[in-house]
Structures are given as C-alpha cells and as structure tokens.
Design a protein around this ligand. Structure first.
Ligand code: NDP
Ligand code: 2IT
Length: 450
C-alpha cells in the first residue's frame, strides 16, 4: 500500500517539477502536502477525479511587475514586484507581502500554496495569496522605503481590493510599510477601505494584529502540550528571529510561565540563560522597530552570549519556536534538539523545518506543529481586522485575543481530528494538510471547473 502511494507521489512531483522548473521551495511545500493528501484522496476518489490537487498547485493568476524608484542619492533603482493569486474558492485572496533580497517566484509560490490551506484552517472566509519584492528595506532610509512602497502600490493597486485580494505584512513588511502602501492605494483609488491588514490602530487596524502570530503559535503549543498533560510553566524555550513574530511569542511564553532563552537574526543568535523578561523584551522591540538595530546589541545591554552566524538550536530547551524564515532547522539541528530533550516544536515561521528535520520530529514522536497550523493566528487576526473594517467598528483587545485563542484551539482540534494515528500519536502535518484541504476542495467542486 505504502509503495503504491509513493509511486503516486513521485508521479505527481515529477509533473510539478517539470512544470515549475527550479522552484525548489515550491516543490518542497507541495511535496509535503501531497504526501499527506494522496492516501486521503485515494480513499475519497471524487477529489481525484476532479483533479483538485493538480488545480490547487497551479496559481489562479500570477502578477509580475517592474518597481522603479529613486534612492536618496538620486540614482534610479529597479526591483521586481510579485503577487501570486493562488486560490479564491473560499474568499478573496489573502496573504502577506515579503520584501527581502532572496524573494523569487518559487518562494512566493510556496508561501501562497501554504497560505491557501492555512487560511482554510482558520475557518474564516479567506482564499490564499502572497506577494512581495526582492527589495531589501534593511539599511534604507524611511524616505527610500516610502518611495519604494509608493511605486510598488502604484502597480499593485490595479489588482487588489477589499473583496478581491487583501495583502498584509511578512518578512520586511511591518507597520511602516503597510502605512506607506495604504496611503498610496487610498490616493490613487480615492477609497478608504480595508484593502490591507496590519494597519495602524488610528486608521482601521485591529488590536492584537501585531501580536497575533507570536501569540497564536504559543497558544497552539499550549494546546499540543495539553495533550500530554503539560503546560509552559517552568519550560525552557528557544525562539529564533526577532522581527514581527518572535518578540510576541516571547511575551506570551513568558506570561504562561516559560523562560525564553534565545532570539536571533540573520547575523546570529543571542543566548540569555536568565531569560528574556518583560523589561528586556520591551528593549528588543525598541531595538528592532525604532532603532532598527541588530540583535547582537542585546548582549552589550543585558549580558548573555552572542553566537555569530549560528542558529539557536544547539541550546538545551524543552520547546522550540522557530520564528525567522524557511529551512532554518535542518536535519542536524532537529537531531540536536531532540537529543537535548526538546519535546515540542511550534512553527511561527513558514516552513522553517526542512523535510529531513520534520522526519526526525515525527519519528521521535514529539509534538510538532507545522507552520500552516501553528502560525495561522496572524492571518486569522487579519481576517478579524477585515470583519471590523466591514462593520466599521473596532473590537477591544480582550475581544480580539479571545477570538484568536478560540481559533487556535479549533485549529488544534481539526489537526487532532484528521491527524490522530492508530497508536494515538497526533501527526499534525497530516492533520493540518487534510483539515485545510477539505473545505477548499469541496468549494472548488461546488463552483465547477474553476
Ligand atoms: P520580520 O522581517 O519582522 O522578521 C524576520 C526575522 O527573521 C528577523 O529577525 C530576520 O533577521 C530573521 N530572518 C529573516 N530571514 C532570515 C534568514 N534568511 N536567515 C536568518 N534569519 C532571517 O518577519 P516576520 O517576523 O513577520 O516573519 C518571520 C516568519 O514568520 C516568516 O517565515 C514569515 O513568513 C512568518 N509569518 C509571519 C506572519 C506575520 O504576521 N508577520 C504570519 C505568519 C507567518 P534580519 O533582520 O537579520 O533579516
Ligand atoms: O504568512 C502569513 O500568514 C502572513 N504573513 C500573514 C498574512 C496575512 O494576511 O495576515
């Protein structure tokens, strides 16, 4: 049986690789999903006959454009702009924009593909999309970032809208960038509307949206821990990244009684055995969002160690929350984590674990929550921002946090429903993939050949 499935997976992947040459992150994301879904689809052949998987792995639309802008020296710069409109069967396209020099079509297609299933898991009516640019905001002045964002939106605004496609932040896109893009959209379209999420509180943003991904990944970990009658109290927690997601994961873990001992950025990791408490975290938020400095400055201020060029995974911890980027935990990192006693991994980032690392976690039967389930709190709260925009109301912090928490608990339940194996082990990869797939697939079938 297993061999028959393997042959079908291989056949499917050969076609994907031929049609999408060189897009290795996209191949990786599709492969992981197809491995879980093929057995399910064989048992539910109407999905097979409707070629749902084949259709889902081809974007509905890809928009590629030129982004010319002028730097502070008066020199003209040209970047690439992208929006992948992947699937709109359950709602308008929804997903972040990433500004990072590594951005390319394959990376955005992997992110858009994951987004479709993730958004479905939230239970909110959102399709999936992703976009961005190879622009690097690092080292640019606020004026340069503004000119870039305005040029980017001058083209993107032709393709998006509150009922069509609603972008948000991702790597390199935070409150500042969303503000500049929103301003440009409003100016060109003469429309004050919820076309982006992650907006400022004064102009249509939602409370808890900045915190939502980090809080959500922690709530998801809490639910996983509960299945083994455990909680965060007294646990040592390793976190990577120090951008939008990692600090708020740190905050929530600390509130729940855990001790966060690492953070990182692309230059290396900091290790603070005393724990990153509230005061230190406030300083990190200032460092990142106001000073726009580097995480290594932490040790000059608070002590601990800086590990240049290294990821945090060699540290002894109980729980790991990767919150930086894709493929930041490889097989060796995973082995070290498991050997050191780590029994729970909840992914704040998208696809931070390589396929080999995932295999190590699953074989060790630890609690492993893949990104599309564990980090869905960010986009879920974007969905709540859209709801508030439609109602022209703002909910309280407590209200939004409660909704977010409930959504994360329900995503966990969905994973449990579809991912529990015969011996009781919850395979969250399988659970999230099947749980996210069913709603999208049924909607596609109902809507005919789309
Ligand atoms: P930010 O740009 O705010 O922060 C990213 C962090 O990760 C920074 O500390 C950055 O370091 C580090 N990082 C980025 N690329 C690399 C790399 N190639 N190697 C090492 N470190 C790197 O992004 P976010 O916090 O928003 O996003 C982090 C992850 O979470 C991403 O995978 C994103 O897709 C995912 N995510 C984000 C959501 C959101 O709401 N923002 C929602 C769901 C998922 P440096 O500053 O040095 O580049
Ligand atoms: O990967 C993600 O889910 C995000 N970057 C957030 C997307 C969103 O629309 O809030």
């Amino acid at each position: 049986m297993a061999n028959m499935y393997q042959a079908l997976v291989d056949e499917f992947m050969t076609k994907i690789k031929t049609r999408n040459p060189g897009e290795k992150e996209f191949h990786q994301a599709v492969h992981e999903v197809v491995e879980s879904l093929i057995p399910f689809i064989e048992e539910n052949p109407h999905y097979k006959h409707a070629k749902i998987l084949e259709r889902m792995s081809e974007p509905e639309r890809v928009i590629l454009f030129r982004v010319p802008w002028m730097d502070d020296k008066g020199e003209i710069q040209i970047n690439k702009g992208y929006r992948i409109e992947m699937n709109s069967s359950i709602g308008p396209y929804k997903g972040g924009l990433r500004f990072h020099p590594t951005v390319n079509l394959g990376i955005l297609k992997f992110l858009a593909f994951e987004q479709v299933l993730k958004n479905s898991l939230t239970t909110l009516p959102m399709g999936g999309g992703k976009g961005g640019s190879d622009f690097d905001p690092k080292g640019k002045s606020d004026n340069e970032v503004m000119r870039f964002c305005q040029s980017f939106m001058t083209e993107l605004c032709k393709h998006i809208g509150p009922n069509t496609d609603v972008p948000a932040g991702d790597i390199g896109v935070g409150g500042r960038e969303i503000g500049f893009m929103f301003g440009q959209y409003k100016r060109i379209r003469n429309e004050f509307t919820g076309v982006l999420t992650g907006k400022g509180l004064e102009w249509g943003g939602s409370l808890i949206r900045p915190e939502a991904t980090g809080y959500g990944a922690t709530y998801f970990a809490e639910e996983m821990l509960k299945t083994r009658k455990m909680d965060f109290n007294g646990k040592l927690v390793a976190i990577s990244g120090s951008g939008n997601v990692a600090p708020y994961a740190t905050e929530k873990v600390t509130q729940l009684g855990g001790k966060v001992i690492t953070l990182s950025d692309s230059e290396g990791s900091i290790y603070d055995p005393k724990g990153i408490d509230k005061e230190k975290l406030e300083w990190v938020l200032w460092l990142k969002n106001v000073k726009r400095g580097r995480i290594k400055e932490y040790v000059e201020k608070w002590g601990g160690e800086f590990w240049p060029g290294e990821r945090p995974w060699k540290v002894k911890c109980d729980v790991a929350l990767p919150c930086a980027t894709q493929n930041e935990i490889d097989e060796n990192d995973a082995r070290i984590l498991v050997k050191n006693g780590c029994f729970c991994v909840s992914e704040g980032a998208n696809m931070p674990s390589t396929p080999e690392a995932v295999e190590v976690f699953i074989n060790a039967k630890i609690l492993y929550g893949p990104g599309k389930a564990a980090n869905a709190g960010g986009v879920a709260t974007s969905g709540l921002e859209m709801t508030q925009n439609s109602m022209r109301l703002s909910w309280t912090r407590e209200q939004v946090d409660k909704e977010l928490h409930t959504i994360m608990i329900n995503i966990h339940k969905t994973c449990e429903k579809y991912g529990t194996e015969k011996d009781g082990f919850i395979n969250y990869v399988k659970g999230a993939n099947i749980g996210g797939f069913v709603k999208v697939a049924d909607a596609m079938i109902a809507q005919g050949l789309v």
